[in-house]
Design a protein around this ligand. Structure first.
Ligand SMILES: Cc1cc2nc3c(=O)[nH]c(=O)nc-3n(C[C@H](O)[C@H](O)[C@H](O)COP(=O)(O)OP(=O)(O)OC[C@H]3O[C@@H](n4cnc5c(N)ncnc54)[C@H](O)[C@@H]3O)c2cc1C
Length: 393
């Protein structure tokens, strides 16, 4: 390891490694890059705990375009990310999302489907007959219709994508080091000049990127620009069900209950009630939550789930942005060489390809080139201009 790098990235999971890969792959960039990761096993990073799904059914143009970029990368992963001809192991299961609506939410769903179609999303509105013909295992009670895509949505393994970004970045000269960034040094004009690790090592840098996930709010305090990004616990339950659900897809019920096939079983997720969703780094699993809150809704919507068995569960942190639930990207003039790539609020895995590319362009060329990510500028928080995204779960 050297004592100075042109770019230092704090946090080397899917966002940090995507940025590192896109920097390493940019022919216009000749600089040095160091990724500092405090837990190289990534055992408790949000990336590893993610449900690893990608969708285009958003209500804002920018979030749709970001997903379209990500889908293109997933479909061409071998071409883009393989090293020395070795397979990346990325397998994109393209089986769509099914968003269910009730009488109250159907008019809004109809409007959003039209909006998404106008942005090239292969999404269709299903009436009740079409819905039940395709997904006969659904209980129609309380439903009025649904939306689903023909292609361009699905799931993959986020840890494998993170590893592929990392491997490719290293093959292009990026250095990874195990360590925790504990201090950020700034010059009198605010610019970052270097970092210090927990073991006391000092490393100078030209640009510092905050890719610390759920720690990003705390990390931003180190340069005096506190952003609203906090850890909120989200739990995923893995179940077996004796009946196979034909045309299995990621289903999001009108109340936010989400489930999809995973291997021979299903994974289930339901966000907490707003008054029971504290800021916490705790990862303990509340098993009673499944019995009390989740199972009754699940068995109601899919009667075959009455016979399910919970096999396991895991909890991770949403890198939650309570301001407007959207990513906070880019720089603030007070610290022009400190780059934010934070606040993905449950969308960071699907947004990693486009955000990695965009942040690399910002560093190398001083502006976004492939996709204009400026609607997600971190400045909107400091200027109190929330960006409303309605399809957040
Ligand atoms: C249960 C669950 C389900 C989810 N499902 C989806 C989904 O289906 N689709 C989707 O797109 N997103 C999903 N997400 C969200 C997604 O996982 C996150 O948005 C994404 O992983 C954020 O990536 P990241 O690299 O910014 O953060 P992380 O993966 O958390 O990585 C941050 C890294 O920074 C390191 N770090 C922190 N502080 C320091 C420091 N001071 N020095 C050095 N290293 C540091 C950490 O060790 C960590 O490895 C889900 C999240 C959870 C919890």
């Amino acid at each position: 390891m050297k004592n100075h790098y042109d770019v230092v990235i704090a946090g080397g999971a899917i966002i940090g490694s995507s940025i590192a890969h896109h920097l390493g792959a940019d022919p216009g960039f000749q600089g040095s890059v160091l990724v500092v990761e405090k837990d190289p096993t990534y055992a408790s990073s949000s990336t590893t705990k993610s449900a690893s799904s990608i969708r285009q059914q958003f209500s804002t143009e920018i979030n749709i375009k970001i997903s379209q970029f990500g889908i293109d990368l997933l479909q061409r992963a071998e071409e883009i990310l393989s090293v020395s001809g070795e397979s990346t192991g990325i397998h994109f299961t393209e089986r769509g999302y099914l968003l269910l609506a009730n009488d109250q939410t159907l008019p809004t769903l109809r409007e959003r489907v039209a909006f998404q179609q106008s942005h090239g999303v292969a999404v269709d509105l299903l009436d009740m007959d079409a819905l039940l013909a395709r997904f006969p295992w659904l209980n129609p009670e309380g439903l009025a219709g649904a939306a689903t895509t023909r292609h361009g949505e699905g799931w993959f393994d986020a840890h494998i994508l993170l590893s592929a970004f990392r491997r490719k970045a290293i093959s292009n000269g990026v250095t990874y080091v195990s360590g925790e960034v504990t201090q950020v040094e700034q010059a009198a004009d605010g610019r970052v000049t270097g970092i210090r690790l927990a073991d006391g090592t000092r490393i100078g840098c030209g640009t510092l990127v905050n890719a610390t996930g759920a720690y990003a709010g705390l990390f931003s305090e180190k340069v005096g620009l506190r952003i609203p990004v906090d850890p909120h616990k989200r739990t995923v339950f893995v179940v077996n069900c004796p009946t196979e659900l034909v045309n299995g897809t990621t289903v999001i019920d009108a109340d936010g209950l989400t489930f999809r096939p995973e291997g021979r079983g299903y994974i289930i997720h339901l966000g907490p009630e707003p008054d029971n969703d504290p800021v916490t780094f705790d990862l303990d699993i509340d098993h009673s939550d499944f019995d009390v809150r989740i199972w009754p809704r699940l068995a109601h919507r899919v009667p075959a789930f009455e016979a399910l068995r919970v096999v396991s569960a895991w909890a991770g942190h949403y890198d939650f942005n309570p301001f407007d639930h959207n990513a906070l990207l880019g720089v603030m003039p007070q610290v022009p060489n400190f780059i934010f790539a934070n606040g993905f609020s449950g969308h960071g895995v699907m947004q990693a390809p486009a955000v990695g590319r965009g942040i690399a362009e910002l560093i190398v060329h001083g502006r976004y080139q492939t996709l204009d990510l400026s609607p997600l500028s971190v400045a909107r928080y400091f200027e109190n201009r929330p960006l409303e995204e309605l399809n957040v779960y």
